[in-house]
Design a protein around this ligand. Structure first.
Ligand code: TRP
Length: 329
């Protein structure tokens, strides 16, 4: 069975785009592979969260993934900072990571541009920490979005470099996990591209009913079709695409027909969409709130996950230390 590892950013709540995208794939992955899911809280320190914010966001992310179906019985779910072997491997890998190659990564160059007053060493070595996350489990596959491809390539580079340097065939080179055609694209509410955190066009699983209604009613549309059977504009197509995820087929057909007949009333359509989203997310939201409020459960999951993860990570680190030459007298 392949070992698949997925790092989850500890900032940001799940929106519908994440839910129908990453989350559904994670649920499939955990059935078929030896999966590790962890919350990357060390990585988030590069932007200086307050202690309360740091804790709250880890708690929320863990609660949301558990509420949507990540299963501690099927996968190993843990928090990065609960596994001390990761920072130790990070230290060791740092010795073979070159300033030049780290400076050339696009994510680092982006950070220099967007936060020029906080170009810390953690940002520079972000890919090394990520490589440590992956290599500590000798993961075969890592699901990554476009923005993380280069970091995964760096992990391969560090793995190869280590093997070469010590003349061992120790670390496998982690490959991207390909979701293939399964990747659902969920559009946002602003009439442009996909739902995303930065775009601020998203509906979150934790949004309450009022918030969802407000967001949907404000979604971008157009001034309406002027000819029968006219092709839909992008903002309207996007609303239909959202309906495809949460509404009944005859409801969708009803609004498509109305559009084709030039009789569409966007207000009605949005109200329907809002109803259906609320119906869909309400039970998930309830579950999130329930889990988020259950410290005992969260603690149990995190402790058991860390313990399971550390079976692996301790073994890897022991072997790595031996390979490097840290030996007993
Ligand atoms: N950098 C990833 C992101 O921003 C999160 C992450 C940290 C990660 N460590 C990882 C992803 C290891 C995959 C493997 O999304």
């Amino acid at each position: 069975m392949e070992t698949v590892l997925s790092g989850i950013r500890s900032t940001g709540n799940l929106h519908l785009g994440n839910y129908f995208g990453a989350v559904q794939n994670f649920l499939k992955m955990q059935e078929q592979n030896n999966c590790y899911f962890f919350i990357a809280d060390y990585h988030s320190l590069t932007t200086y969260p307050t202690p309360d914010d740091l804790h709250r966001s880890v708690r929320t992310v863990l609660a949301e993934y558990l509420a949507t179906g990540l299963d501690p019985e099927k996968a190993t779910i843990y928090v990065q900072s609960d596994v001390p072997e990761i920072p130790e491997l990070y230290l060791l890998l740092n010795m073979n990571a070159y300033i030049g190659e780290l400076e050339r990564t696009t994510s680092f160059k982006d950070k220099i541009r967007t936060q020029p007053n906080n170009v810390n060493a953690g940002l520079l070595t972000y890919p090394v920490l990520m490589a440590a996350d992956i290599l500590i489990h000798k993961a075969d596959k890592v699901p990554v979005g476009k923005d993380q491809e280069q970091n995964l390539e760096m992990a391969r580079k560090f793995a190869k470099r280590f093997n070469h340097m010590y003349k061992v065939d120790y670390f496998p080179e982690p490959q991207p996990y390909n979701f293939g055609k399964d990747l659902v694209k969920v559009p946002g509410l602003d009439g442009t591209g996909k739902m995303g955190k930065t775009a601020g066009n998203g509906i979150y699983l934790a949004d309450d009913e009022k918030t969802i209604r407000k967001k949907v009613m404000r979604a971008k549309t157009d001034s309406g079709p002027t000819e029968k059977n006219q092709e839909m504009t992008l903002p309207v197509k996007n609303l239909i695409a959202l309906m495809e995820l949460v509404s009944a087929p005859d409801t969708i057909q009803f609004f498509k027909d109305k559009y084709a007949a030039c009789e569409i009333r966007y207000g009605d359509m949005k109200k329907q969409l809002a109803d259906d989203i609320v119906k869909f997310t309400a039970p998930i939201r309830e579950k999130i709130l329930e889990i988020e409020g259950n410290s005992k459960f969260l603690q149990e999951v995190a402790e058991a996950g860390a313990e399971k993860a550390r079976k692996n990570t301790k073994q890897t680190l022991k072997e790595v230390r031996e390979i490097i030459g840290f030996r007993k007298f």
